[in-house]
Design a protein around this ligand. Structure first.
Ligand code: ASP
Length: 322
């Protein structure tokens, strides 16, 4: 029989709505009654690790969670892991786990958009689907997956796309890699490449900032002078920025602080196409690093991981083209 560890971290899936309509964390875990019904799928062990809203999640806690999973799996030989999490930063935790866990066993992250006592609460259903996926042989060696609303997404490509709809998790451009039905868990795609890194901490200060029309240099200058280890810029389209910020980006790079470019478009990748001031070609010449489709929040986390390994520009660029 499969042996699955469910690590609870909080989020709406563990919350309750009170009479005033406020949704807040709840002392006792509302998922236990659902978990009792899962004994035919797997032997389940619960770990009430955290009970926080996911806006309270930090890279330090994500790193601690990865270590906790490594320790428990190696000592107790679980065949799969499910992490319950608030949806706001779920994709970030899932991606950090994906970068830090170098193994084959399924690790599934799930949550809910409606709290445990709301009509149509999606938490129990998502949890059951996540446990079924964690118990599936087909989920082996697929990296960290996000299961939500009967779909299976990769941690690398999934993002929260809607503020309240239960179909919020989507993988723009790529789509889900599998689906869950009443009777089966089935995969129709697989990631062409997986990556994982061994780092001893996750403490680098990396800032993410979005470009906008008319943006001036002052904010980039202030951030650069505040003492940062890296900067991620959400650029326009294929990777272009307002000309006024270019001198500030040059100063950031001259100080040895890597600058990573992602697109503020939710699909597509950044490329060195445009040769005008602020265009991608010019940015590449300055030494700005290009990414291959990661969104800003994930590129920030990847830069945090990468900076624990190297500060070499070529090595960093190679890491971001994976
Ligand atoms: N604000 C909540 C959280 O991320 C949203 C959710 O869980 O769906 O904790």
């Amino acid at each position: 029989m499969k042996k699955i560890l469910i690590i609870h971290t909080g989020g709406t899936i563990a919350m309750q709505e009170d009479d005033s309509g406020a949704v807040t964390p709840f002392d006792s875990n509302p998922l236990y009654s659902t978990i009792e019904s899962l004994s035919s799928i797997a032997a389940i062990e619960n770990d009430d690790y955290l009970n926080i809203p996911s806006p309270h999640m930090t890279p330090a806690l994500m790193f601690e969670l990865a270590n906790r999973i490594k320790k428990r799996v190696s000592e107790e030989h679980f065949t799969g892991v499910v992490v319950t999490h608030g949806t706001d930063t779920l994709e970030e935790t899932a991606y950090v786990l994906d970068l830090l866990l170098n193994w084959e066993i399924p690790v599934i992250v799930t949550g809910a958009m409606r709290s445990s006592n709301e009509l149509g609460s999606d938490g129990p259903h998502n949890l059951i689907a996540a446990v079924k996926t964690a118990a599936s042989e087909q989920a082996v060696n697929k990296g960290v997956l996000v299961v939500f609303n009967d779909e299976i997404h990769t941690a690398k490509n999934v993002t929260k796309t809607h503020s309240s709809n239960i179909a919020t998790f989507q993988s723009p451009q790529y789509g889900p890699i599998g689906i869950i039905t009443k009777q089966t868990v089935s995969f129709h795609h697989t990631l062409s490449q997986r990556e994982s890194y061994n780092v001893e901490k996750l403490t680098k200060k990396v800032i993410l900032i979005k470009t906008y029309a008319g943006m001036q240099a002052d904010i980039i200058e202030a951030i650069t002078h505040s003492g940062i280890d890296g900067l991620v810029i959400e650029a326009f389209g294929q990777g272009n920025v307002p000309p006024a910020i270019v001198p500030a980006l040059k100063e950031t790079l001259d100080r040895g602080i890597p600058v990573v470019l992602v697109s503020r478009c939710y699909s597509g990748i950044v490329q060195d196409v445009y040769g005008y001031e602020g265009g991608g070609k010019r940015l590449k010449e300055l030494g700005v690093l290009f990414t291959n489709g990661l969104n800003g929040q994930k590129a920030r986390l990847k830069l945090m991981v990468a900076l624990e390994l190297t500060n070499n520009q070529t090595e960093l660029q190679n890491l971001f083209l994976k």
